[in-house]
Design a protein around this ligand. Structure first.
Ligand SMILES: NC(=O)c1ccc[n+]([C@@H]2O[C@H](COP(=O)([O-])OP(=O)(O)OC[C@H]3O[C@@H](n4cnc5c(N)ncnc54)[C@H](O)[C@@H]3O)[C@@H](O)[C@H]2O)c1
Length: 254
């Protein structure tokens, strides 16, 4: 008898689920048996509609929501609409984020603020509003998207690293303070994963070659490989896992 990851009857919300890892996670949640998967995205465009269709094909009910995760009201409304639709929120995947490169000399203050708003404040808003319902319903699972840059400091940008390190700290604070309500909080720290964000950050083939050479697995990850970890963390198989940051880096540790 095998062991399989089941999210049967769970209601999930994935932010930034229109593309990249968020899309893969939303579809993996649907495949694992979620009764409903809500996706909060910047725009209600064709890509988002397509994700909705794919969720349906996997036997789950989609809920597509347009909104900006750096706007606390948009996040509150998204969480509320999940509970209105399915009566509960079992899984919150705080995935949406933006990648920016820079150093201390060329990073404008407004870009610093933007990255912190989108990558970190959004996670606080999601946790705050979802945890309120999860506490009432007797539990839930929150997964936050950090990055290897948040673990090591990285070299991408001061704002990016600080935002992702903040996500890891929020995850630990959440695990310590929400555990007594049956709420588990974990983070994932992916390395290089093949998405539009990675394409945009590393356009130069030479730079890509150098970066990929640092990965013991010899290649960047596939969004599906991160989605598999998210499904495990969301499931009851991870019932005693909380406060952790899971590296999904193909063995890269620095
Ligand atoms: N790709 C990588 O190598 C990598 C590595 C580590 C961590 N991450 C993190 O993983 C997450 C997903 O990254 P990806 O590579 O899939 O990126 P992506 O750019 O392919 O997808 C990100 C999605 O988030 C959405 N989004 C962006 N800002 C938003 C906002 N303000 N409100 C709502 N939605 C918003 C975008 O529209 C897009 O659909 C991000 O948090 C990123 O920082 C990526």
């Amino acid at each position: 008898m095998g062991v399989s990851i089941s999210l049967k009857d769970k209601a999930a919300l994935v932010t930034g689920g229109g593309r990249g890892m968020g899309r893969a996670i939303a579809l993996r949640f649907a495949e694992a048996g979620c009764k409903g998967v809500a996706v909060l995205e910047l725009m209600q465009d064709e890509a988002l509609e397509e994700v909705g269709e794919e969720i349906k094909k996997r036997g789950s009910e989609p809920l597509l929501i347009a909104g900006d995760v750096s706007d606390c009201e948009a996040v509150r409304k998204a969480v509320d609409s999940v509970v209105q639709k399915w009566g509960r929120i079992d899984v919150l995947m705080n995935n949406a984020g933006i990648g920016r490169r820079g150093d201390f000399f060329n990073t404008p203050e407004d870009e610093w603020k933007k990255v912190l708003d989108v990558n970190l404040s959004s996670v606080f808003y999601g946790m705050k509003y979802a945890a309120g319902y999860m506490k009432e319903q007797g539990g839930g699972a929150i997964i936050n998207m950090a990055s290897m840059s948040g673990v090591t400091g990285g070299t991408q940008g001061p704002h990016y690293s600080a935002s992702k390190a903040g996500v890891i700290a929020l995850t630990k604070f959440g695990a310590m303070t929400l555990g007594k309500f049956g709420i588990r909080v974990n983070a994932m720290a992916p390395g290089y994963i093949q998405t539009d964000m990675l394409e945009a950050l590393f356009k130069d083939p030479e730079v890509r070659k150098q970066r990929w050479a640092t990965i013991p697995a010899g290649r960047p990850g596939d969004p599906q490989e991160v989605a598999n970890m998210a499904a495990f963390l969301a499931s009851d198989l991870a019932s005693y896992v909380s406060g952790d940051t899971m590296l999904v880096t193909g063995g890269r540790l620095s």
